[in-house]
Write a protein that binds this ligand. Structure first.
Ligand code: T3D
Length: 259
């Protein structure tokens, strides 16, 4: 599918998605939101894709909602949240492949929460995260009220979302909001490199891991142990499990196929 506001390529089994509305810091208009949804659908349906890498072009990752579009009144706010952001967050959490985010600069509002919804987040050291919503009278959407307290606790989530101070990538890493803060010049090699590494790993095992981590948020220990029993049994019947064990015994490098 051809896109106007994102670049979509497949590189070494990784779907590489780059947000591209650089003059407005990659903020989302309706079309870019739908394009990102379609790109995630393409990555989900393409068996040759075994990981996803999401980043931005230019000096920002994403400044959230395009406020010119929001204020134009052409689209109701409820529809923006329901039709643009909610499906993006659900697709990021439900795609049965690991999603790595490379935050290359400012991540504000929905842009920050889209990053936090990815499985593994790397950020360039110069990046800043801000829950910009409260500055314009809004509440944190795009999963912010769900993901933030689970990542960092209610106290920090409240301070971040109410005060809307800019957080450095280093502080975001210390808080456990992201996986790693990386020198700017090394972001792409580290983050895309991690996605490429994941794309060579046992895709089904990773998908089951993601599913169980998703479910753990609202689960009891008993229920989670039962899920582990079920999904370990599924993982244990994959080609990649047999290949992994055989390669270990034969003292060779495994060749996983994602099956
Ligand atoms: O309908 C709804 O609103 C519901 C959905 C809500 C979801 C949300 O995401 S709400 C939060 C929306 N985002 C923001 O409030 C952030 C707004 N942007 C900023 O606060 C700042 O731009 C940044 C802190 C992100 C970066 O600051 P800085 O100084 O590095 O850049 P800048 O000069 O402010 O921005 C550069 C250009 O991008 C500028 O345009 P210009 O003057 O060069 O023509 C600026 O207007 C434009 N831009 C930045 N963010 C947005 C934007 N244009 C439209 N929408 C934006 N969100």
């Amino acid at each position: 599918m051809a896109f106007q506001y994102i670049d979509y390529t497949v590189e070494d089994a990784v779907a590489v998605i780059r947000l591209d509305r650089q003059d407005v810091l990659n903020s989302f208009n309706k079309q870019m939101a739908h394009e990102l949804q379609n790109a995630l659908d393409d990555a989900t349906g393409d068996d040759s894709v075994r990981a996803v890498y999401l980043t931005g072009k230019g000096r920002a990752f994403c400044a959230g909602q395009d406020l010119q579009e929001a204020i134009s009144g052409e689209i109701e706010i409820r529809k923006i949240v329901k039709d643009h952001y909610n499906p993006i967050i659900l697709k990021l959490r439900e795609i049965p492949k690991p999603v790595v985010c490379g935050v290359n600069g400012t991540a504000a509002g929905a842009g920050a929460n889209i990053a936090f919804a990815c499985d593994i987040v790397f950020a360039a050291k110069s990046s800043k995260f801000t829950q910009a919503f409260s500055m314009i009278g809004l509440i944190p959407d795009s999963g912010g009220t769900y993901i933030l307290p689970r990542l960092i606790g209610i106290q920090r989530a409240a301070a971040l979302t109410m005060l809307a101070e800019k957080l450095t990538a280093d502080d975001a890493e210390k808080m456990g909001l992201i996986w790693k803060s990386i020198e700017d010049s090394e972001l792409e090699s580290s983050a895309l490199g991690a996605a490429k590494k994941l794309a060579q790993m046992p895709t089904k095992g990773l998908a089951y891991t993601k599913k169980l981590l998703n479910l753990s948020a609202d689960s009891t220990l008993e229920a989670q142990l039962a899920l582990e029993e079920e999904y370990q049994s599924r993982a244990g019947s994959t080609y990649d499990y047999k290949e992994g064990v055989n390669a270990f015994i034969e003292k060779r490098k495994p060749e996983f196929k994602g099956k």
